[in-house]
Design a protein around this ligand. Structure first.
Ligand SMILES: NC(=O)c1ccc[n+]([C@@H]2O[C@H](COP(=O)([O-])OP(=O)(O)OC[C@H]3O[C@@H](n4cnc5c(N)ncnc54)[C@H](O)[C@@H]3O)[C@@H](O)[C@H]2O)c1
Ligand SMILES: C[C@@H](O)[C@H](N)C(=O)O
Length: 369
């Protein structure tokens, strides 16, 4: 009798031995916080359509604004709410709905999800690898406690949830060349530890409560019109800015440090594709995605083809180098390609051309003014 009561408490039926989805619902309180009437909502009409209603957390970082642009093109401007704890620049504020949201404030998160009838959540808030090592307790709070809030609100409101993971979820004892989806994961940064935790918690909530959790492990992402937020792969963004502006670049990683990288357009398209993939095509809930892999000296060689006077020098940052030395050199993304048809568009030459075109045209505009 006692045994049956224990089974019931954890949601197991003694007859079939299977799980029933008892939700980890928190105490239902009413948040005193209301979304102000003058918040920058563009009179979203939430009439029922086939479109998801989307919330992006941590949306003012390197990737969030680009994701919002892509999703708004697909689902309509008012269907996608960008959120962050920072003040948005004018062009972002006027480009579509923006709202303040601190992921450490659970009631505020729930209020936003309920009031806007959110159905898809892209969880981008995080402290990245290098900045996380400089502030471990904040990284632990944002990346782990914040994730718990996101998981709970997602399961409570039946959201489809995307959480990005990273090459940083692997460590020096993982196979590094190539790194498959399933292998040893013993990262040595708080960022990596928090991302392994996110992968495992998301998958657990999927199997335990039926949460529609989807996760991609991104490589280092390279973008032209947004700045990276304190990672180990940041050099591969800064190099283009310095090459066009100064004709030279000081790199904080060693010349032969090989890491997987991806152009932002590929990254955001992969994110939308995995979110739209039919559930039955997903044999896993966490996938590696990859495009290219290069070292600083290989990247510099490619830049040199366009900027003949370009010079690279090295001034290695010990923290970033130690992190990079434990990360994958090449990423095996064959499961993503097989299951939901992932295919990248940008290899190294196309990436360099796209980045230099952007920065070159910016520089020409600046010189003309
Ligand atoms: N950029 C990359 O190369 C890369 C690679 C792999 C994975 N990722 C993942 O993609 C996601 C987005 O990356 P990014 O490069 O845009 O990151 P970023 O560091 O540029 O931006 C993160 C955002 O989170 C916000 N944030 C911090 N604390 C918050 C809080 N308490 N509540 C709400 N927001 C908060 C910050 O204000 C910032 O705008 C992250 O989860 C990151 O781990 C990024
Ligand atoms: C790789 C990725 O997670 C991030 N750009 C970092 O370097 O921390």
């Amino acid at each position: 009798m006692l045994f049956i009561r224990m089974l019931r408490r954890v949601g197991l039926s003694p007859a079939c031995g299977c799980w029933t989805p008892i939700l980890p619902v928190r105490f239902l309180g009413i948040s005193p916080r209301q979304i102000p009437a003058d918040a920058n909502f563009h009179s979203a009409s939430f009439s029922d359509t086939d479109h998801p209603r989307v919330l992006i957390t941590g949306g003012l970082g390197q990737l969030g604004v680009g994701l919002a642009n892509l999703l708004r093109k697909r689902f309509g401007k008012d269907s996608v709410i960008l959120s962050d704890i920072r003040k948005p620049p004018d062009h972002v504020f006027h480009s579509g709905p923006f709202i303040y949201s601190d992921i450490l404030d659970y009631k505020n998160l729930r209020e936003i999800v309920v009031n806007n009838r959110i159905t898809w959540l892209f969880h981008y808030s995080a402290l990245l690898s290098a900045i996380g090592e400089a502030n471990v307790s904040l990284a632990r709070a944002v990346n782990i406690t914040g994730l718990h809030n996101i998981l709970d609100v997602a399961v409570e409101h039946n959201l489809r949830l995307f959480v990005p993971s990273t090459i940083g979820a692997f460590g020096p004892t993982s196979p590094r060349n190539p790194t498959p989806d399933l292998c040893i994961q013993r990262p040595r940064t708080i960022y990596g530890v928090s991302k392994v935790h996110a992968e495992l918690m998301g998958e657990y909530y999927h199997y335990r409560y039926g949460l529609d959790f989807r996760c991609l492990r991104y490589p280092g992402i390279i973008s032209a019109d947004s700045q990276p937020g304190g990672g180990t792969t940041d050099y591969a963004v800064q190099i283009f800015h310095d090459a066009t502006k100064h004709g030279k670049f000081e790199c904080n990683l060693e010349a032969r440090t090989r890491l997987p990288m991806m152009y932002i357009d590929d990254c955001l398209r992969a994110t939308l594709e995995v979110m739209e993939a039919p559930a039955e095509s997903l044999s896993m809930r966490t996938y590696n995605v990859s495009a290219m892999s290069f070292t600083p000296e290989e990247l510099a060689q490619e830049v040199l083809k366009h900027v003949p006077e370009f010079q690279i020098t090295y001034n290695v940052d010990a923290v970033r180098q130690a992190i990079a030395d434990g990360w994958p050199m090449n990423f095996d993304d064959s499961n993503a390609r097989k299951d939901w048809g992932w295919k990248h568009d940008f290899d190294l030459p196309e990436l360099v051309t796209a980045m230099l075109n952007f920065h070159g045209s910016e520089t020409r505009v600046a010189q003309a003014n």
